[in-house]
Design a protein around this ligand. Structure first.
Ligand code: TXA
Ligand code: MG
Length: 319
């Protein structure tokens, strides 16, 4: 099978209706999508990704109306966040209805639902009679793709097509929120920052950032977002080394050869850094360096999300 990159929404619709998994654009990262109500199609997602079946999937719906058959209740606090940020990069953990196949939630009694804003995906969702189950379109544990080519590189021959909606505008996964008692809890830091949530809620939600952390199956990959090339944090007094690649946040220090360096945002803009970080990791990974070094972002706003991902990506290579 050759993996085709295409902008044909109709071809995507047809494949999904036939129970085939395909790559889709979202505003966060590219997804590996299938009909959430088709058991075989959903199983193929796990197989293609190499992901343990115990790790649940997010339902992608056009709007709350399309999602209604799949949840029992949607707490007022979550509704406020929904009004503020959907469609967009936020995922809601809500009590699931019996219409949700248990493979989607790994048997848990809550289901994760989000309402993407990417225009091509919204058009596709509006034509479909079922929600899409879609994890990020990377192999399990690897860096999430943020453009169609990077999906093709990771999943070549395993899916017939990637719907090409251009580069992702956020570049980091959705923020996952749920309720504990009557307060919002953040289960995964993401493209909507804690500050943005706090402004709407009037309080800072607790972070129980374990969504991607739990090694749900003993012996399975414990690390996420990691390139193949060993990745470490750059330390400020570090000198340039041979055969090493460097990812700087804003500017390249004078003694470094720019050919071995990349910057995430010359304006020092966190949004832009978020948009570029996975692409930078995948691009640098392909260059055959012995090691990669990345500058650490400050723990503020979206910087918290960046730090979360980079802590996990570097953890794999800690001695
Ligand atoms: O931005 C995103 O959310 C992207 C795009 C493609 O939409 N999707 C994504 O999916 O990041 P995935 O599968 O790579 O990450 C979803 C996370 C997983 O860590 C999973 O464990 C958690 O959400 N999750 C999904 N359903 C859950 C549930 N019912 N209870 C607890 N955690 C859940
Ligand atoms: Mg993922």
């Amino acid at each position: 099978m050759i993996t085709r990159i295409s902008t044909e929404i109709n071809a995507a619709k047809k494949a999904l209706e036939e129970g085939v998994a395909i790559g889709i654009p979202t505003e966060t990262v590219y997804g590996l999508a299938a009909n959430a109500l088709n058991q075989d199609a959903v199983e193929s997602i796990f197989r293609i990704k190499g992901r343990p079946i115990s790790n649940p999937l997010i339902l992608h719906c056009f709007d709350l109306e399309q999602a209604r058959p799949y949840f029992l209740s949607f707490h007022d606090e979550l509704q406020r966040l929904h009004e503020a940020f959907s469609p967009g990069p936020i995922t809601f953990l809500v009590p699931r209805s019996a219409n949700v196949p248990s493979i989607i939630t790994a048997g848990l009694d809550q289901v994760a639902i989000r309402f993407p804003s990417q225009p091509m995906l919204r058009a596709l969702l509006s034509y479909l009679e079922f929600p899409l189950a879609a994890p990020s379109a990377n192999k399990y544990g690897a860096v999430s793709p943020t453009n169609a080519n990077q999906v093709k590189e990771q999943l070549e021959g395993e899916i017939p097509m990637v719907l090409d909606g251009g580069p992702c505008i956020f570049g980091l996964e959705s923020t996952i929120v749920g309720m504990v008692d009557s307060s919002v809890v953040v289960y995964r830091l993401g493209s909507i920052s804690l500050d943005e949530l706090s402004i709407v809620l009037g309080y800072i939600p607790t972070v129980q950032n374990h969504a991607d952390l739990q090694p749900l199956v003993p012996g399975m990959v414990k690390y996420h977002y990691a390139p193949q090339t060993p990745l470490h944090y750059f330390t400020s007094n570090q000198k340039p080394m041979d055969h090493s690649g460097y990812i700087f946040l804003q500017s390249i220090p004078t003694e470094f050869n720019p050919l071995n360096c990349i910057t995430l945002s010359s304006d020092g803009d966190l949004r832009e850094m978020g948009r570029n970080v996975y692409k930078a990791l995948l691009d640098m990974d392909a260059k055959g360096y012995k090691a990669l070094y990345i500058e650490k972002p400050a723990p503020e706003g979206l910087g918290l999300t960046l730090l979360d991902r980079l802590n996990r990506a570097t953890a794999k290579f800690k001695a």
